[in-house]
Design a binder for this molecule. Structure first.
Ligand code: SF4
Ligand code: SF4
Length: 123
């Protein structure tokens, strides 16, 4: 069980096995990446940065987000592998993904988070 100071809930990572990647699919959203995260993803994928930007990134305002792939009604993250049931760039996934579900946004929206993530339990 994972807990983090300042959060009223805990997270059970064993829920991920049967979840189907709800945090990587579903409604459209932003998965922001920083320059150092882009560099880490390029190194993992062994592609150059301009190719990576064209293939995997979308400009959103003044930031860059990972692209999404439409699958039925879902907006999957471009790196979500439905066959394997997980992230295809797990070792280099951005901080936004690494820190989920402990986001400040959810501190006052625990019910919304529980609807999205079956691993959330009351601390
Ligand atoms: S939504 Fe929660 S349980 Fe499902 S994969 Fe994401 S973190 Fe794991
Ligand atoms: S980078 Fe990986 S962990 Fe992050 S949203 Fe995409 S598939 Fe999920």
């Amino acid at each position: 069980m994972m807990r983090q100071e300042g959060f009223s809930y805990a997270f059970d990572p064993s829920a991920c096995a049967g979840c189907g990647g709800r945090c990587c699919t579903g409604e459209s959203g932003n998965i922001f990446v920083s320059p150092s995260e882009i560099a880490a993803l390029c190194a993992l994928l062994k592609i150059d940065e301009s190719n990576f930007r064209m293939t995997y990134l979308e400009k959103r305002g003044y930031k860059f987000s990972l692209r999404e792939r439409i699958v039925g009604l879902s907006h999957d993250c471009i790196f979500y592998d439905r066959e394997a049931g997980g992230c295809s760039v797990y070792e280099a996934r951005p901080a936004q993904c690494r820190t989920f579900p402990f986001w400040d946004y959810y501190k006052s929206r625990v019910d919304e988070l529980k609807r999205e993530c079956p691993g959330i339990v009351d601390a």
